[in-house]
Design a binder for this molecule. Structure first.
Ligand code: A3P
Length: 287
């Protein structure tokens, strides 16, 4: 694979970003959401693809399967000459509701999603597994900033100096948004791992969907990690900037993989720092 220069991070409205995700900013901010649009919002690596696939199957279970997940669920803020812009992809979607993915922190989300009272599904993942997953993703995805070594990456994660800025602010500010914006369903990666069927039930009740028991069982099977890992339409193996020899996109899909990465000292320091940043007792992560 040819070497692609890694993008540099820069400060964008207080959040660390790269050009590929800000170059289309005017169109992103002016994006016209429709009332039935569903926005899937996450800090990267929290289970976006998993929940995107669930929503796609719930709404369009019978449709042509040979469409990669990133086309079925466009990535709002992405822009590159090779792939075009997420806003155009969303506007060209032939079906409704449109399922649209974003990693933007809540304060940067286009206003029209909120004005149109769109349903928003936010997925959060515990910080330690999230940073491990992001580290491996940054290693394998040449369009991401250079991750450096694990220990420096972990430091930068704590400082919010990785792509999309502070995990702590991201999960906390979306959590706070729930208090004033009722059309937000906040869910956790760990709950999905514990009981995918139960979480699909909760999603359905939020979305006002009533699939049959058989349909739900079928979808739960379809979105199992092993199934999605094998499926070219969900495993991102068709994306040339990703080097699966370094690490696959569907890597482990587990809770607690951080234990294979954090040293005892790193875990202690992380825990101390975490307490100073995550003061809201109502936002609780397992894992
Ligand atoms: P790991 O790197 O820990 O394996 P995103 O889609 O937001 O980029 O998140 C990717 C993470 O979600 C990866 O975590 C990936 O393996 C995990 N994941 C994706 N689909 C999954 C599934 N069906 N079951 C469990 N984990 C899944």
């Amino acid at each position: 694979m040819d070497e692609i220069p890694r993008p540099e991070l820069f400060d964008f409205h207080g959040v660390s970003m790269i050009k590929m995700l800000t170059a289309n900013w005017e169109n992103i901010q002016n994006f016209q959401a429709r009332p039935d649009d569903i926005l899937i919002a996450t800090y990267p690596k929290a289970g976006t693809t998993w929940v995107s696939n669930i929503l796609d199957l719930l709404y369009f279970g019978q449709r042509e399967k040979a469409i990669p997940i990133y086309e079925r669920v466009p990535f709002l803020e992405v822009f590159s000459p090779g792939i075009g812009s997420g806003t155009d992809w969303a506007d060209k979607l032939p079906t409704s509701p449109r399922l649209i993915k974003t990693h933007l922190p809540v304060q940067l989300v286009p206003q029209s999603f909120l004005e149109q009272k769109c349903r928003i599904v936010y997925i959060a993942r515990n910080a330690k597994d999230n940073v491990v997953s992001f580290f491996h993703f940054d290693r394998m995805n040449k369009s991401q900033p250079e991750p450096g070594d694990w220990s420096s990456y972990l430091q930068r994660f704590k400082q919010g100096k990785i792509l999309y800025g502070s995990w702590y602010d991201h999960v906390s500010n979306w959590w706070k948004k729930k208090q004033t914006y009722s059309n937000l369903h906040y869910m956790f990666f760990e709950d999905m791992v514990e009981d995918t069927g139960r979480e699909i039930d909760k999603l359905c009740s939020f979305l006002g969907l009533t699939p049959s028991v058989e349909e739900k069982t079928r979808i739960t099977g379809e979105v199992h990690f092993d199934k999605m890992k094998k499926d070219e339409m969900t495993n991102y193996s068709t994306v040339p900037v990703m080097d699966f020899k370094i690490s696959p996109f569907m890597r482990k899909g587990k809770v607690g993989d951080w234990k294979n990465h954090f040293t005892v000292a790193q875990n202690e320091e992380f825990g101390e720092d975490y307490k100073t940043k995550m003061k809201d007792p109502t936002l609780h992560f397992s894992g």
